[in-house]
Design a protein around this ligand. Structure first.
Ligand SMILES: *Cc1c(COP(=O)(O)O)cnc(C)c1O
Length: 371
C-alpha cells in the first residue's frame, strides 16, 4: 500500500482533470469497431484537411536530425514570426502548444491569494491552471454567449493578476471586435496582465482580425497567444507562441524548460507559417462547411450559436446522450456539460463527407434519444 496521495501537495488530489475530445482509437476499442470502420473525430477543432504538405515535407527532412537536441531558442521560427507580425524577435516565445504558455503564465503570475478573471463559458483550461497554482477564478457571466468585457472589467479585484479573453472563444465560437478590445484596454488597471488567446484568429479574413499585436508594440501588459494546432493543422506536434513586451517574454523564459518545443515541431511550424495557400484552403473549407451545417440544423429545427470559427454549438436537448449515441454511429463530438451547456454539443467542421455523415447520424440520434 503506497502513501502517495497522503504525501502529495495537499491541493493536488482534488484538482479537476481536463476532459479532452475522445481519441478515435479509444472509441474504436470501447465500441468494438474494426480497423475498416471509419470513425470521424469532430471533437477537438482540428483541421479537417490535415497539415500543410510543406510542413510534412519539413518534418521528413527534420527526422534525419532527431539525435540532436532542438534549438531551445527557436531562432528560425521566431525570426519568421517576427517578420510576419512586425515585432522584434525578443517579443516572441515558442511554447509546447498554447496550453503550455497558459501554464507558464501561471508560474509567472499566480499563487495563493491571487485570482484570474475569465468568462464563464470560455476555455476551461484557464481555471484548471489557476487552481493548480492555488489561485482563485472569478467567473464572469457571458452575454449572449459572448465575452462581456465591461462585466469582466468590473470583476477585477486588487488580487487579480490575469484576465483571460479567448477571442474567438472556444466553445461558443463567438468573438468581440477590435473596437471593444480597444475600450477594454483603455480601462484595464495596471496591476493586471491581459491574455488574449487567439487560437482561431487565422480562420478570420485578415480584415476581421482585431489588431492585438498593436498592444504588444505599445508596451502594454498583454500576452497574445496563438497556436499551430488549429488553422495550421499541427495539433499533434504541440506548438504555439506568445507575443508580449520583452519584460513579459523574459518572465516566461525563466519558468520554461530549456527544450520545451521539439525540433520536428519547430521545423513544421516554420514551413506551415509560409504556406498561405493551405491557410486559404482551410478558410474556404470551414466557411462552406459551416454554411452546410447551419442550413442542416435549420432543416432539423435545431438552434445553434452562429460561429466565426471551425466549430459550432448546436442545441440538441440532452447533449451527453446525443454525444454517446453519435459515437455508436462513428462520430465523435464534444458534450458541453463540463462547460455548463448540457443542452448543447460542439461539433468541429469536417470535410464535406464528414459533415454529411455527421448530419445523417445526428438525425438518427435525435430520433433515438427523443423516442
Ligand atoms: C485549441 C485551443 C488552444 C490551443 O491549444 P494548443 O495547446 O496550442 O493545442 C488554446 N486556446 C483555445 C481557446 C483553444 O480552443
Amino acid at each position: 500500500m503506497n502513501t502517495l496521495k497522503a504525501i502529495a501537495n495537499d491541493w493536488v488530489p482534488s484538482l479537476s482533470v481536463y476532459e479532452p475530445g475522445r481519441p478515435i482509437e479509444e472509441v474504436a476499442r470501447e465500441l468494438g469497431f474494426s480497423d475498416q470502420d471509419e470513425i470521424f473525430k469532430l471533437a477537438s477543432n482540428e483541421n479537417a484537411i490535415g497539415p500543410s504538405p510543406k510542413a510534412v515535407q519539413a518534418m521528413r527532412q527534420a527526422a534525419k536530425n532527431m539525435h540532436l537536441y532542438p534549438d531551445g531558442g527557436a531562432f528560425y521560427l521566431r525570426r519568421a514570426l517576427a517578420a510576419k507580425l512586425n515585432v522584434p524577435m525578443d517579443q516572441l516565445l515558442i511554447g509546447h502548444g498554447s496550453n503550455e504558455l497558459i501554464e507558464l503564465l501561471g508560474h509567472a503570475f499566480l499563487h495563493k491569494g491571487t485570482n484570474i478573471v475569465m468568462a464563464d463559458r470560455a476555455f476551461i483550461v484557464y481555471k484548471l491552471v489557476a487552481s493548480s497554482f492555488l489561485a482563485d477564478t472569478i467567473m464572469v457571466p457571458m452575454k449572449d454567449l459572448t465575452h462581456d468585457l465591461d462585466a469582466m472589467l468590473a470583476a477585477i479585484t486588487p488580487q487579480t493578476r490575469i484576465v483571460f479573453i479567448a477571442n474567438p472563444n472556444n466553445p461558443t465560437g463567438t468573438m468581440v471586435d477590435g473596437a471593444a478590445l480597444d475600450r477594454f484596454m483603455a480601462r484595464v488597471p495596471e496591476h493586471v496582465a491581459v491574455v488574449m488567446d487567439e487560437a482561431y484568429i487565422e480562420l478570420l479574413p485578415p480584415e476581421k482580425q482585431p489588431d492585438t499585436i498593436q498592444y504588444v508594440r505599445q508596451d502594454r501588459n498583454v500576452f497574445v497567444l496563438r497556436t499551430f494546432s488549429k488553422t495550421y493543422g499541427l495539433a499533434g506536434l504541440r506548438v504555439g507562441y506568445a507575443a508580449a513586451p520583452k519584460d513579459g517574454i523574459d518572465l516566461l523564459h525563466r519558468v520554461r524548460q530549456p527544450f520545451n518545443v521539439n525540433a520536428m515541431a519547430l521545423a513544421a511550424a516554420q514551413a506551415a507559417l509560409a504556406d498561405e495557400e493551405h491557410v486559404a484552403k482551410t478558410r474556404t473549407l470551414v466557411a462552406d462547411g459551416l454554411e452546410y451545417l447551419c442550413r442542416s440544423f435549420e432543416k432539423l429545427g435545431l438552434s445553434y450559436v452562429p460561429s466565426v470559427t471551425n466549430f459550432i454549438l448546436v442545441k440538441v436537448g440532452k447533449g451527453r446522450d446525443i454525444f454517446t449515441a453519435l459515437q455508436r454511429k462513428r462520430v465523435i463530438v464534444r458534450p458541453m456539460d463540463p462547460s455548463g451547456l448540457p443542452e448543447y454539443v460542439r461539433v468541429t467542421v469536417g470535410t464535406k463527407k464528414q459533415n454529411a455523415h455527421f448530419i445523417r447520424a445526428l438525425k438518427e440520434a435525435l430520433k433515438e434519444i427523443r423516442g
